[in-house]
Design a protein around this ligand. Structure first.
Ligand SMILES: [Zn+2]
Length: 246
């Protein structure tokens, strides 16, 4: 049986700056600035002149959702006892393998390393059904509750108490355990695109960031990477120092 997960993937802002207003004039937040392009992206040659879908990428209160400290630290769920060969653990091991393969595909473009502590990770990938989400229809203003069918990515902002403190973000990805191995791989590939900064969707089925899953999932395309490069060339508040109001 071929199950095609028609997954309208959700993009969710988990938290706004808690108690901190994100207006341009607010002196407590770092001003919008541009980080140097990561060398792994700078070296990428766009010979195909394939174009991009940057116009469809959403900005946030913090500007572009770029990473500025490398390698990017990723945590993913793993079975407690990998030696266990029960059927459910075999399914879990398959899930881990498919997620690892998708991570590997992105490491060509940005350095990513897996770490064993979720609380220290930039990106946390959970083996779970996406939680119920809330979406506000931009036209009617109505609030709708619904669940993404297979995968979801959320972000939140936090302040790391360095001296001076730094504004950062973290990404949470949920990948449904019930998917086929191929769908786990393609869903993770897509969600990692969001988690790495592509906060929006392509309208072309040949891009990983197409808004819906397709029968034959595409590989990361030149248009995906052209878009990613543009995202990393945009101003952001993330990775910059929060200055005191005094
Ligand atoms: Zn998506």
């Amino acid at each position: 049986m071929l199950t095609i997960a028609i997954a309208t993937c959700l993009l969710i802002v988990l938290l706004q700056f808690q108690g901190v207003d994100a207006k341009e004039s607010d002196p407590t937040l770092p001003p919008l600035q541009i980080h140097p392009l990561p060398p792994s992206l700078a070296q990428w040659q766009n010979s195909a002149n394939a174009g991009d879908y940057f116009a469809r990428i959403q900005s946030t209160n913090a500007g572009s959702l770029v990473w500025s400290e490398f390698p990017i630290k990723v945590y993913l769920d793993r079975p407690n006892n990998p030696q266990d060969i029960s059927a459910s653990d075999r399914r879990f091991i398959q899930w881990v393998k498919a997620v690892e393969e998708a991570i590997q595909e992105w490491t060509v473009y940005l350095p990513i390393v897996e770490i064993p502590q979720a609380e220290l990770a930039d990106i946390v990938i959970k083996r779970e059904k996406p939680p119920l989400g809330v979406q506000i229809d931009p036209e009617s203003g109505k609030v709708e509750r619904f669940r993404a069918r297979s995968a979801q990515t959320r972000y939140e902002f936090y302040i790391r108490e360095d001296n001076p403190p730094v504004l950062l973000h973290r990404m949470s990805v949920a990948i449904d355990p019930g998917l086929s191995e191929q769908s786990i791989r393609s869903a993770t590939r897509h969600e990692l695109g969001h988690a790495l900064g592509i906060w929006g969707h392509s309208q072309a089925q040949t891009d990983v960031m197409y808004y819906s899953q397709v029968r034959t999932p595409p590989a990361i395309s030149p248009r995906d990477i052209n878009t990613l490069i543009k995202v990393y060339q945009q101003p952001t508040r993330l990775g910059f120092s929060v200055t005191s109001n005094q």
